[in-house]
Design a protein around this ligand. Sequence first.
Ligand SMILES: C[S@@+](CC[C@H](N)C(=O)[O-])C[C@H]1O[C@@H](n2cnc3c(N)ncnc32)[C@H](O)[C@@H]1O
Length: 254
Amino acid sequence: MLDKATLEPGDTVLDVGTGDGLIAFGALERLGPSGHVVFSDISKDLLDHCRAAAAAEGLLDRCRFVLASADSLADIADASVDVVTTRSVLIYVKEKAAALRAFCRVLRPGGRISLFEPVSVLMRDPDRLLGYDITPVKPLTAKLREFFHSVQPPGANPMTDFDERELIRHAERAGFTDIHLELRVTVKNGKRPVPWNHALRMSANPLVPPLGEVLDRVLSPQEIAEFTAHLKPLVESGAGRDRQAHAYLVAAKD
Ligand SMILES: C[S@@+](CC[C@H](N)C(=O)[O-])C[C@H]1O[C@@H](n2cnc3c(N)ncnc32)[C@H](O)[C@@H]1O
């Protein structure tokens, strides 16, 4: 992402949805002593964490921390940054078109965005759950899916309501010119083996409960035993299919 952003010494980079600063600190390192980074997130805790980390590294004079949602970037002035980066953030944002407009607004003419988003909508497979073959336990899996859909209704779920074409459309409508998108898709046999008790504590995304909790809520003890007997050996041996799709979007503002 940072390679694609083609940073220039002295640039100001705004990292939207900075989290614990993976991209923002990477940008600081690449920009050199005259470059600045604006860390932005909707989580005050994460911004405080980044501020403490920047202070520990003696980097505070090159950093700003702004609590703002990606779809407005309130408190970030028009035409005030050279580059906007954002990684795995738009999947949480319902108003993606507004976010792209906000990115365009805060960029100086000649500025650019470099985005990276998982495009999970491309990875749907009705015969698999998290990449594991569930055909022998399809009726039980249907109950789990019904629960997941009640928590994240398909049409209203920002994680799955877009694909790479939508990102291009939003970027173009927001006023970006010179738009490039790279889609990387991997489908391969074999997943990392995971102990079953770990798998029960994991969730598909931060907005849904962990698998163990979902099983307890949705299935009877007998159904849980049947589901576990099928899935546990697959999960523990890594006998699933790894499926990933990621979009890299780079665009410039005239
Ligand atoms: C998966 S993390 C990615 C963090 C970081 N960009 C990285 O790549 O390591 C998603 C981040 O997006 C932030 N986020 C979620 N919704 C947001 C929104 N509407 N506006 C800004 N940030 C948001 C979360 O607080 C979290 O820090």
